[in-house]
Design a protein around this ligand. Structure first.
Ligand code: ADP
Ligand code: MG
Length: 306
């Protein structure tokens, strides 16, 4: 199934106007007015998708990545990983000997209280940081052996990030923020713009493409972050507290969206959160406390579709 098809299914399932209504509530929550028009014609949006399977270059570029399609070989593997932060004279070990294997097609929820090391772990899983001790493997490659530009390239193609603070660039407008990962991939500019426009339409922000993040509500910023994370159609999506800054309806919308990408498209989703509500989407739950894995729980009813 292509991204287009999944989004179409998702739209039909949830009904675009309901989604927008619930997203508007998030804006109200932030006390900001929000005048998004409803998506005028979803059919038209889908038809014009630059992500359709006819976009062979794009599809090929993903296949060429030689991803491990195999559930025997982990996509990401952490072996006795420690992360120590230097605080003046003293050191603080935020992660203390993490062993974890993540397979393609999983919906992994890492659950733990504030300060347990979730964001630190996410940075390592996303290859944004290197461990103080231990090893991180991405597709069987030891990431400490890759140079920064190789790492950035693999990360750029493989992983879409939804950060806790959204990490939008404050001086770039909505469209430019979504374009950022595409520019990094040296896509041709016209094609990249088309993809950005499409993604913004999907998340209902076409009319906000010239707004700076400061001119958007919290819910809208979250939607920009999601559009951006999907821009390169990555096989893995990493989200740090994706519902943290949102009201529960908007949070549900985002989780349903990620759930659809996982179930229908087989994308690997990794969420770190303190929100117990999110475990209902998980195929596996990793409980983390004080930088250590307490236990790992398989959720049989949510096994990925074969
Ligand atoms: P979580 O995301 O679960 O709330 P974090 O991974 O952000 O936890 O932080 C884990 C622990 O590491 C916390 O006690 C935090 O204070 C500490 N920590 C995080 N980042 C740094 C840093 N850059 N320097 C020092 N301590 C840090
Ligand atoms: Mg955190």
């Amino acid at each position: 199934m292509t991204l287009t098809e999944i989004i179409e299914t998702f739209k039909m399932k949830l009904n675009a106007s309901n989604i927008l209504n619930s997203l508007e509530k998030a804006a109200d929550f932030y006390g900001e007015s929000n005048n998004d028009p409803e998506m005028s014609d979803p059919g038209e949006t889908i038809k014009n998708s630059p992500y359709s399977s006819s976009d062979s270059d794009f599809v090929k570029s993903l296949e060429a990545e030689n991803l491990s399609r195999n559930r025997e070989v982990p996509l990401i593997k952490l072996t006795d990983v420690w992360k120590t932060y230097q605080m003046g004279e003293s050191e603080f070990a935020a992660l203390r000997g993490i062993n974890l294997e993540i397979y393609e097609g999983e919906f992994l929820v890492v659950l733990g209280p504030s300060g347990s090391g979730k964001s630190t772990l996410m940075n390592l899983l996303g290859c944004l940081d290197l461990p103080s001790k231990g090893m991180v493997f991405l597709n069987s490659s030891d990431i400490s052996e890759l140079d920064e530009s190789e790492l950035a390239r693999i990360r750029g193609q493989m992983i879409g990030f939804i950060f806790q603070s959204f990490n939008l660039i404050p001086t770039l407008n909505t469209q430019e923020n979504v374009l950022l990962p595409l520019e990094f991939q040296e896509e041709d500019v016209r094609k990249a713009r088309k993809k950005a426009a499409y993604l913004l339409e999907i998340v209902g922000l076409s009319d906000k493409k010239h707004n700076l993040p400061s001119q958007l509500s919290g819910g809208q910023r979250q939607r920009v972050a999601i559009a951006r994370s999907l821009a390169v159609n990555p096989p893995v999506i990493l989200a740090d507290e994706p519902t943290g800054n949102l009201d529960s309806k908007t949070g549900d919308y985002i989780l349903e969206f990620l759930d659809g990408l996982n179930k229908k498209e087989g994308k690997t989703i990794i969420i770190v959160t303190h929100d117990l509500e999110l475990v209902k989407y998980a195929t596996r739950i990793v409980y983390i406390r004080d930088g250590q894995i307490e236990k790992i729980e398989e959720c049989t009813r949510n096994k990925p579709e074969e």
